[in-house]
Design a protein around this ligand. Structure first.
Ligand code: C2E
Ligand code: CA
Ligand code: CA
Length: 671
């Protein structure tokens, strides 16, 4: 029979071209890249050995028979292993290699491959696949086993991609089907016309197609930096995770590019990023991955001393500047480390942990490495959630305002109250203002939140109910961020005017942290509002760095003794003396005093003895929703009478009852 060799020659040419294109790019050892590499080499061996074996067969009478056997065996083995490797390649595409099913299939493929090698390799003794007799090449019956086996494997690959069609893209699906159909057609043609050595040629065409559509090596390379990208990072993590060894992911984010982009153009920014990443990639130990933006990561063995060396190198390198258009630019690295499996058990958790740990490093404004901890991640996650909830709550005006009655010791009645904001979320339940106010101050939503609270308070005052019940003023908390707004006084006045609120009915509370800001703006705002009739109270006196200079510098009318200050007097005689002297000093400055956190009759009596003007605390009531607060004031006399009655068992019960009522109001929120 005269074999037509042109197809094999063309196959070798095509495979070589694909090979050059594939290996000339940075090769990433992902499972699919490895399987493709096997397929390519195997197909090349199959095509070359096919060509050489034909020469050997045609000249069998002169060609050494041993060599003829070796070459033909090589051809048959590589030819038949193509389908086995192709099935494995499909497994990598549908990403089941490391699953339970994948492990079973791998064992099966290994068994099939071993069988193919032994079956074909033993043919000189068994004469099953082929043999040489009297200088002539003879076919055995082995193809009756090998061809159906190959068809089964190719069919298996097609069934696999059909089964996992949701996991693969359309082009992956089409390519796997096309490969199967082409090879099956090739086998049929070659059985019918054995002189046409067409299967390897069709295989090489499919290899080219796979390379073009699925196996593009640049999909693992970041176009901005030329190093491996996040996809490569995640696939490498997957490969490392199955080894079940402890890992440490060292990630870092570079800050300072904004300056370059803004003042020297985005192109210079990109060039800088590219050269910095090449520098890092060349000097850091381990493979560097470009995650996104200016974030990079290294996957290291957990016990590896290179972690510390890498950290030291990063800190050392970024001490010096980078030259961009003749300008020295400083970049700051924020570095974090995440341990697998202690902190992150899978890819998603790992990306999350890196994100939060880098955020923590940035918030801390430190170049020290932040070791990700589960608590910190939870905290950051919650803060992100609260951020979202706040944005939604501002849009839908979901906030409520509660009122906590304030007792006037001179009048022995409730003459004031403090407006306190409340936020509830379906998932997180009650969120304390102590948690969300600082977040709102950071993201700027505090201005709108402040408006919502103040508008609600004005609406309430405008209803006339508080005044009718003897309330002289309502205390409204102002955040430092609000106080820094130059137009604050105009803005607040507009709201008060809109509802016709008498100015004297508003007392604004400001905490002493205001001293860190622009005090000139604050004093201006205060004076404007005071000139209308509003008053101001200094909140949280006795915490932090209470500085009495503020009392002279700012026109406060009231001082609110913080609850922690009040409580400390119970346990410490020194604190009690400090409180006594503080109150006396305030009195001499003609400041009115509000004591917060009054929880017991003893505290009330002690504070009354000291001549505090106002008392506020759970002893009287917790903060209440508007309607309950109104009801409380309506029954105030009764409540006070019960509180003042000598402590006998039934009376205490009644007091508890009243507290319980308010307890109920807040218990859902606080616990
Ligand atoms: P703050 O201004 O010191 O408010 C007093 C806090 O003490 C309130 O907590 C109140 O419920 C609580 N409290 C009052 N009496 C007692 C007591 O006897 N025992 C105990 N254990 N606690 C008592 P709340 O409502 O959780 O508010 C916390 C902080 O959130 C406030 O501290 C204030 O700084 C801030 N905040 C609340 N509402 C607003 C608001 O509308 N705007 C701004 N900017 N901040 C607010
Ligand atoms: Ca307050
Ligand atoms: Ca306070």
């Amino acid at each position: 029979m005269e074999y037509i060799l042109h197809y094999d020659v063309a196959a070798i040419f095509i495979i070589c071209v694909v090979g050059i294109l594939f290996y000339s790019k940075k090769y990433f050892p992902s499972p699919s890249n490895r399987a493709f590499s096997f397929l390519l080499i195997n197909l090349l061996i199959s095509s070359v050995s096919d060509l050489v074996s034909v020469y050997g067969i045609e000249n069998a009478d002169t060609f050494p028979v041993g060599l003829n056997y070796i070459i033909s065996i090589l051809f048959y083995i590589s030819y038949n292993l193509c389908a086995v490797i192709y099935l494995y390649y499909t497994m990598t595409l549908v990403k089941i290699v490391n699953t339970k099913l994948g492990r079973r299939l791998r064992q099966l493929l290994l068994a099939v491959g071993t069988f193919v090698i032994l079956y074909i390799g033993s043919t000189p003794f068994t004469r099953t696949v082929f043999y040489f007799e009297n200088g002539e090449y003879m076919h055995g019956n082995g193809n009756y086993i090998l061809i159906p086996l190959g068809m089964l494997e190719i069919g298996g690959a097609m069934i696999l991609s059909l089964w996992a069609q949701k996991r693969i893209t359309l082009s992956q699906k089409l390519t796997t089907y096309a490969f199967g159909i082409m090879i099956a057609c090739g086998i049929v043609i070659q059985i019918r016309f054995p002189q046409y050595l067409i299967v390897n040629f069709l295989g090489s065409i499919m290899l080219l197609l796979i390379f073009q559509t699925l196996q593009n090596p640049s999909e693992y390379i970041s176009p901005d930096t030329g190093i491996y990208n996040q996809k490569a990072f995640l696939e490498m993590l997957d490969m490392q995770f199955v080894k079940n060894k402890s890992l440490t992911i060292l990630a870092f984010q570079l800050e300072g590019f904004q300056f370059v982009d803004q003042f020297m153009g985005a192109e210079n920014g990109n060039n800088l990023l590219s050269s910095v990443s090449t520098d890092c990639s060349n000097n850091l130990q381990g493979t560097l991955y470009h995650l996104d933006g200016t974030r990079f990561a290294l996957i290291l063995n957990a016990e590896c001393p290179r972690i510390q060396e890498n950290i030291e190198w990063l800190n050392w390198r970024f001490l010096s500047t980078f030259k961009v258009c003749g300008v020295a630019v400083s970049l700051v690295p924020r570095i974090c480390a995440v341990n697998y499996p202690q902190i992150a058990k899978n890819k998603e958790e790992m990306l999350n942990a890196i994100h939060y740990a880098l955020k923590e490093a940035k918030d801390k404004n430190s170049t020290d490495v932040v070791w990700a901890s589960l608590e910190a991640i939870e905290e950051q996650k919650r803060s992100t959630m609260v951020n979202h909830i706040l944005s939604r709550a501002v849009i839908n005006r979901e906030f409520e305002v509660y009122y906590q009655p304030i007792y006037c010791t001179r009048d022995t009645s409730f003459r004031a109250s403090e407006a306190l904001i409340r936020l509830r979320d379906e998932k997180l339940g009650f969120i304390s203002p102590e948690e969300f106010i600082p977040i709102a101050e950071q993201n700027g939503l505090i201005l709108e939140i402040g408006d919502i609270v103040f508008t609600k308070v004005c609406e309430f005052i405008a209803s006339g109910v508080p005044e009718k019940l003897g309330v002289q003023y309502i205390e409204v908390n102002l955040s430092v961020v609000q106080c820094m707004q130059e137009s604050l006084h105009q803005h607040l006045t507009e709201i008060m005017d809109k509802y016709g609120v008498p100015y004297h009915m508003i007392d604004f509370e400001i905490t002493e942290t205001f001293a860190n800001g622009d005090t000139g703006t604050l004093v201006k705002n205060m004076n404007e509002l005071i000139s209308l009739g509003c008053t101001f109270a200094m909140d949280d006196y006795g915490t932090g760095f209470s500085n009495n200079d503020y009392l002279m510098e700012f026109p406060f009318k009231l001082i609110k003794l913080d609850k922690s200050f009040v409580w400390s007097t119970l346990s410490s005689e020194k604190a009690s003396k400090i409180l006594t002297h503080t109150v006396a000093m305030m009195k001499s400055l003609e400041l009115l005093i509000v004591a917060e956190g009054v929880e017991t009759a003893e505290q009330k009596e002690m504070l009354e003895r000291l001549q505090c003007d106002y008392l506020q605390g759970y002893y009287f009531s917790k903060p209440l929703p508007e309607q309950e607060y109104v009801a409380y004031l309506q029954n105030a006399e009764q409540f006070l009478a019960e509180l003042n009655r000598p402590k006998k068992a039934p009376k205490r019960q009644t007091r508890r009852k009243s507290v319980k009522k308010s307890d109920k109001t807040e218990s859902n929120e606080i616990e």
